[in-house]
Design a protein around this ligand. Structure first.
Ligand SMILES: Cc1ncc(COP(=O)(O)O)c(C=O)c1O
Length: 768
């Protein structure tokens, strides 16, 4: 592989660059040799402290050369070379560190430094060519180790400029050059992207469908990194991962125990497997935030009672053990379960455990999440059934969109047979995989192996700093004006550190990042608002940031004035800040590997601007000009504060959070399984029914309102009297949209009809 050494600069730290001394002269000669003869690039740094900043902010350095003896009188130097070396090694275990020393000084260098470095360069004893050559040699050796197996081979192959006679038809990009639109694409994506888009028939890259060769090696490496017995690279996202898992274990008439708070791909898993679902019901707090499923839901007795109560499962099948149990971990709001407790409950009452960890692939790499992820190592391995985990590597790690991983841990006695499992894998796989996506999975793994702990610690600390900043801003505002307001954060106010109660904002960042118990929810510290919280059962993930807006207390009391969160997030979207999820009075942002301090600063600035607009009741035409242009009758001349209060009054007067709560607490009676509802769609035995006429009808598709993004009814469930709260909630949503046009939020499964100036919801139902 031709690693482009010029793209991996060498950081040289020395105070002697500008010194009129033998050493200073020699140093500049080395730099000139590296740049002009070796074609390397060099970044000079004059103090150890500056070098530290540069090192932390740049992962593209190819080597670090550190002068051991910066002039002692340098007043800018607050750091010792040993400290710099320690910091570099803690963040990168393999980057070459070379010490520039005097032959005599080496005797004084402490052992702790010696074991962390890769060599010495004697400043004046060797020739310039020799010293520059040594540096280049270390750089090149290091570059060889940077590329993980599959990605390395892909780069090597692409660099060989072969004549392709295979698919894809653009053949390394050449095909695009025959027509202007193609040229535009070629120029945009660049040659490397296209040259590495290869056919499955390239033998050097192994076989994805058979898990052989370098691609098989990459999967095995990922299994080691993520704590699995087997790892499979899956394209087409975690939606596909979930289907591969279910298809590999669940058959027609099997019973499946499913989180009601599940992603829609699991509904489709039920459809393709033709299973009978029974559901776990998550709890919710008074703010409407979805919390953990109660531990009691997993007890063998509860499961038996759910099966017994099912009107759908024939009596003769009721003694079957559920084939699969699927839990969303973490929830969309960042609540993660202690899986050890769950495994203890479930290990004898279901045949397979599945944790859908689409948003949580990083958990294994930081002690913060110990025991709170599916592939955790524990002493239960002799008992537990096989465990499956779905990871959207692309969501919060660094893979390309749709690149996901499927991990399997064998059960104590039941082992997964790879050849059998692979039938399901192949059923859901394409014979034309996208190799760049696979390479991104390989690279995501290597990044976590190399310094996942450090990267995660950095983003946890940044999230903590933002959390604290939010508290401090409000304190500062209130110091000037008792009645002032700002946005809040859903997080503990008080924390226990070594038996001492502390305010969250007064606690050291590293302590908060290093103490899991701070984030574990408990009855004694009920900031989370969830009732009957079990001990040591669920924790908040610090990097999932739920911002709260004024208008509702933790106990659900609605204030006279309020700011519905969708108004804030609409404002943020206009300013280029896209939130992950918007609830009624909260919104979620993710502090992930791609978050920078700049992003955080911009967010705070925009929240302040919103506050300023709100406080002076700025006209809506200034805040949301497009909204006013589209709906002048409703919004012309209205101020932002009045607008917020208008929507807040509607939510309060119609008790929208209570109706949502009531709607989501019901698990409706099942008229048929999800698969049969789907069969009705295929058989055209369905019709659209207006919501107003839907009581008594059976939707053929699931209905998922956002917020909160959980199915409120599954295909095949009946909207009968028991399910009236679901109907009432959907009616409220329909009325709301008619009163406040421009605030239509996504509801999967609902189509809007416009008649006589009104919007009407309709859904595909089973034909009568
Ligand atoms: C819990 C959960 N599982 C699975 C998925 C599907 O993931 P993907 O988008 O990778 O198909 C999602 C997507 O949002 C999800 O939230």
């Amino acid at each position: 592989m031709k690693a482009n050494k010029h793209q991996w600069p060498i950081l040289i730290v020395s105070g002697q660059f500008h010194e009129a001394s033998d050493e200073g002269f020699r140093l500049n000669e080395i730099v000139a040799e590296l740049e002009d003869v070796q074609y390397c690039s060099v970044i000079p740094s004059f103090t150890y402290e500056d070098a530290q900043e540069i090192f932390i902010s740049r992962a593209d350095l190819g080597a670090v050369v550190i002068d051991w003896d910066l002039p002692e009188e340098n007043p800018e130097e607050f750091m010792t070379p040993s400290e710099l070396i320690e910091l570099i090694r803690s963040r990168n275990k393999t980057i070459p560190i070379l010490l520039l020393t005097d032959r005599l000084e080496t005797e004084d260098i402490p052992v702790d430094v010696i074991r962390r470095i890769d060599g010495y360069l004697w400043k004046v004893a060797d020739t310039v060519e020799f010293l520059a050559g040594r540096i280049e040699m270390h750089l090149l050796r290091y570059l060889e180790t940077i590329y993980p197996a599959f990605f390395g081979m892909l780069v090597k192959y692409a660099e060989e400029y072969k004549y392709a006679w295979h698919t894809p038809g653009h053949m390394g990009g050449e095909g695009f050059l025959r027509s202007p639109a193609g040229v535009a694409l070629y120029k945009f994506f660049g040659e490397n992207t296209l040259r590495s888009d290869l056919s499955i028939s390239v033998p050097e890259l192994g076989s994805l469908l058979d898990h052989e060769g370098v691609v098989g090696d990459a999967e095995k490496n990922s299994a080691r990194a993520f704590g699995a017995d087997y790892t499979y690279y899956i394209l087409n996202g975690t939606s596909n991962v979930n289907q591969v898992i279910w298809r590999s274990q669940v058959l027609r008439d099997d019973i499946a125990f499913v989180d009601r708070n599940c992603h829609k791909s699991l509904n489709y898993s039920m459809v393709i497997t033709e299973a009978f679902p029974i559901y776990m019901i998550p709890r919710r707090n008074k703010r409407g935030i979805i919390g953990p499923v109660r531990l009691s839901e997993f007890s063998p007795d509860t499961i038996k009672a759910k099966v017994k109560a099912s009107k759908l499962i024939p009596d003769k099948l009721k003694n079957r053990t559920p084939k699969m149990s699927t839990l969303t971990n973490s929830t969309y709001d960042g609540v993660c379960y202690n899986v050890i407790n769950i495994k203890k409950e479930l290990e004898r009452s279901v045949e397979n455990l599945h944790f859908d960890e689409a948003w949580y692939a990083y958990a294994r790499f930081h002690p913060m999440y110990k025991n709170h992820f599916g592939m955790t190592d524990d002493d239960l391995k002799d008992h537990h059934p096989p465990i499956f985990c779905s990871h959207s590597t692309h969501k919060l790690l660094t893979a390309f969109s749709q690149a996901s991983m499927l991990h399997i841990k064998n059960g104590g006695t039941v082992k997964i047979v790879p050849d059998e499992f692979n039938e399901s894998y192949m059923m859901h796989g394409s014979t034309s995989p996208q190799y760049s996506m696979i390479a991104s999975l390989d690279v995501a793994t290597k990044m976590m192996q190399d310094n996942g702990d450090i990267m995660l610690n950095d983003i946890i600390i940044e999230a903590i700093q933002l959390r604290k900043k939010m508290i401090l801003i409000l304190d500062e505002l209130k110091e000037k004006n008792e009645n002032d307001w700002f946005f809040g954060m859903w997080q503990p106010e008080k924390v226990m550190i070594e038996g001492k109660e502390m305010r969250f904002e007064d606690t050291d960042d590293e302590v908060l990042a290093g103490t899991q118990s701070v984030w574990v929810m408990s009855k004694d510290n009920p900031w989370h608002g969830f009732e009957d919280m079990e001990d040591d059962y669920a924790m908040l993930d610090p990097i999932k940031l739920t911002f709260t807006t004024p208008g509702i207390d933790n106990d659900g009391t609605m204030a006279d004035e309020g700011i519905p969160a969708n108004i804030v997030t609409n404002y943020l979207i206009d300013k280029g800040i896209v939130c992950e999820k918007t609830d009624y009075y909260s919104f979620l942002l993710l502090n992930s590997l791609g978050t920078t301090r700049g992003k955080q600063g911009t967010l705070l600035a925009e929240l302040f601007k919103f506050k300023e607009l709100y406080d002076r009741n700025a006209p809506l035409c200034e805040v949301f000009p497009e909204l006013v242009k589209s709906y002048p009758v409703e919004y012309e001349g209205v101020g932002l504060k009045d607008h917020c209060n208008g929507i807040h009054d509607y939510f309060r007067d119609h008790k929208i959070l209570d109706s949502m709560q009531a709607g989501f607490q019901v698990i409706p009676d099942q008229a048929m399984r999800p698969a049969e509802a789907y069969h009705a769609v295929v058989g055209r035995k369905v019709e659209y029914v207006d919501l107003d006429n839907m009581m008594g009808r059976t939707p053929a598709v699931m209905i998922v309102p956002y917020p909160p993004g959980i199915p409120i009814i599954m295909g095949g469930e009946i909207l009968n009297e028991k399910a009236r709260p679901i109907y009432e909630y959907l009616k409220q949503r329909q009325d709301f949209e008619n009163i406040f046009p421009g605030y239509e939020s996504d509801i999967h499964g609902v189509v809007r009809d416009e008649r006589s100036g009104k919007k009407w919801f309709k859904t595909m139902c089973i034909k009568k």
